[in-house]
Design a protein. Structure first.
Length: 425
């Protein structure tokens, strides 16, 4: 049941509006909105059943989806949140433009195509019917079919433009392309950088500081292809793309299949499949107001791209670079941060929550403990300052709450989740 659309799209970066969307009839909207309380209560169960049934019917889709996120339930929660938001704002799709933008970028990076949407729609409706039973009347299912097709058309149209932009940009390509690992550099006990150059030796397209690429691997003894998205950790304009990957080892979660493979098996000279850069989390270099970059752990990677970029393009712009980690053993790219900071107007602060004696002797860090609201209040500017942050979810929640309590406006708060979307509220 296709609907005509005319979306505002600002190049590859983001959707600007959904004006021109063919409106659903008032009865359908009323039915969809009436299901909001049900989705709030049963949404995650519906999406769990959805993925189970879809993968059973179409196991080939496991070549695209992140298996770790499935096992940890992160993808189910993210989809439930998205479906809930779609129902809540079905009469005002403008409100979910940021969600559309972020997901569309991920879809383009992963290789999601129009032919996948009918499959998703079939099994999403099937899951609603399975979970809700007799409460899922024909009227409700018909309304959700119309709503799904409406929203699917949004994504298909937006992603088509993104695919075209990725391919048509100078040096761009469609889908995945072979890259060679030119250098492999151990940055800490847990993070290793990979310098990737195109196998065909063609020039690389530019990207925005903060964006990511997808890497696709065929791993021995693994039945399905694995795709992961990693932030680019250097500025654009080089003859390589750099990713800095944390080795994920299991405590409460299983070992990361891809990160461990990259650390242990991927060597200089090996090839890897890479998609063109994507993502809606990126540094606004159109501003010259003060900038604060905060990172926790491997959330450092997009901040490194932003730091290198702002120093190259805006060396006079005031920047505060704050990184929080455990100690010197796991602190990656420390020397690079210090070196780059010297070229610009940058104040660097390192927080260690578990410093070693060697860290203390060498004065490897500035503050012991965690980034707090009190420290931010006393040490960084708040008025008309742009804040960008990334890291573990607890770190991001703490930073977000601190900034809001200090009066920082939403327009000046920018963050990125590693993996499926979540909420910081």
């Amino acid at each position: 049941m296709p609907f005509p659309y005319n979306y505002g799209v600002n190049s590859e970066k983001h959707v600007t509006s959904t004006k021109g969307v063919a409106e659903m009839d008032s009865k359908t909207i009323e039915i969809i909105k009436s299901t909001v309380p049900v989705l709030e209560q049963h949404g995650e169960k519906i999406t769990t059943v959805f993925y189970q049934q879809m993968f059973e019917a179409h196991p080939e889709l496991l070549n695209i989806f992140n298996h770790a996120n499935q096992k940890q339930g992160r993808q189910q929660k993210a989809l439930a949140s998205t479906v809930y938001a779609a129902a809540q704002y079905i009469d005002n799709l403008e409100a979910i433009v940021p969600v559309v933008t972020q997901i569309a970028h991920k879809h383009r990076s992963l290789g999601i195509k129009p032919e996948h949407y009918p499959i998703v729609g079939e099994h999403l409706l099937g899951a609603i019917k399975t979970v809700l039973g007799q409460a899922a009347t024909d009227e409700i299912l018909d309304a959700w079919e119309q709503a799904y097709n409406t929203i699917a058309d949004v994504f298909i149209s937006v992603e088509a433009q993104m695919y075209q932009d990725a391919k048509n940009q100078h040096g761009g390509w469609d889908g995945f392309k072979s890259f060679v690992v030119d250098r492999k550099v151990v940055e800490s006990e847990v993070i290793t950088s990979f310098y990737l150059k195109p196998e065909d030796k063609q020039m690389l397209p530019s990207f925005e500081a903060g964006q990511y690429i997808s890497v696709k691997l065929e791993i021995e003894e693994e039945k399905f292809t694995h795709i992961r998205q990693y932030s680019l950790s250097d500025a654009a304009g080089k003859d390589y793309y750099r990713i800095s990957v944390k080795r994920e080892t299991g405590n409460e979660t299983p070992d990361g299949i891809v990160s461990n493979y990259l650390h242990e098996k991927m060597n200089e000279g090996d090839t890897i499949q890479v998609s063109a850069p994507a993502g809606d989390f990126y540094l606004d270099t159109g501003k010259d107001t003060p900038l604060v970059l905060l990172s926790g752990g491997v959330g450092l990677t997009p901040m490194m791209s932003m730091l290198n970029t702002v120093v190259d393009l805006q060396p006079e712009r005031p920047v505060t670079f704050i990184h929080a980690t455990g100690n010197g053993r796991v602190h990656a790219l420390r020397d690079e941060v210090k070196r780059v900071a010297e070229k610009g107007n940058v104040n660097v602060v390192f927080f260690y929550d578990s410093p070693t004696e060697e860290d203390r002797e060498t004065q490897a860090f500035d503050i012991e403990g965690f980034v707090t609201k009190e420290w931010l209040r006393e040490n960084v500017p708040h008025n008309d300052t742009s804040f960008y942050f990334c890291g573990p979810v607890p770190f991001m929640k703490s930073v977000n709450a601190s900034l809001k309590s200090l009066g920082v406006t939403d327009k000046n708060i920018h963050f990125e989740f590693f993996g499926p979307m979540g909420s910081l509220e």
